[in-house]
Ligand binder design. Structure first.
Ligand code: HEC
Length: 145
């Protein structure tokens, strides 16, 4: 029994060295959704604290995200989220794609699907009130061209 615990401990320590690249690219103002749309402060704060950890090139990592295998799960999740929507690369979206993403943002908020429930549980600042959800959803819709 003691041997098994020691082996688990060793494996756990070793996997800590297997760290993928972090999602921490330099912020490029000219490509960013909130800058390009000249979002008001209220909106900026909401989107940054509720969406940007997953849907941008810059994640604010909590301490536990440094620990493998949690770190692997988080990195995978961020990659998947960015694949669907990346606010840091908004300038590269065609008008059609941008409009489609805005509509999706509206829908995801309306259905209370984003931010994901697990994330909201761990991040108090990401929890939006019903009033904030309505304001934000409407704002996304108003950005459609
Ligand atoms: C904890 C990470 C996380 C946060 C925070 C988060 N999302 Fe997502 N989001 C994902 C993942 C993962 C996907 C892709 C898989 C899926 O659709 O569930 C996704 C998908 C989406 C999609 C695409 C849906 C589709 O059908 O392609 C939209 C739009 C979206 N999110 C909007 C938002 C908005 C707006 C916020 C902030 C209010 C937000 N997300 C916050 C992880 C996140």
């Amino acid at each position: 029994m003691k041997k098994v615990l020691i082996i688990i401990l060793i494996v756990f320590s070793l996997i800590q060295f297997l760290r993928g690249e972090k999602n921490e690219a330099t912020f490029i103002v000219g490509n960013d959704f909130l800058e390009l749309t000249m979002a008001p402060e209220e909106i900026k704060t909401m989107v940054k604290s509720a969406c940007y950890d997953c849907h941008s090139n810059k994640t604010n990592y909590p301490w536990y995200s440094e620990i493998a295998p949690i770190s692997w799960f988080i990195e995978h999740h961020i990659n998947e989220a960015k694949h669907h929507l990346n606010f840091s690369e908004w300038s590269t979206y065609t008008l059609k794609k941008a409009n489609h993403k805005l509509e999706e943002c509206y829908e995801e908020l309306e259905r209370h699907k984003m931010p994901t429930s697990g994330y909201a549980l761990m991040h108090k600042e990401a929890r939006l009130t019903n009033e904030q959800i309505i304001t934000l959803a409407q704002w996304f819709k108003n950005q459609m061209r």
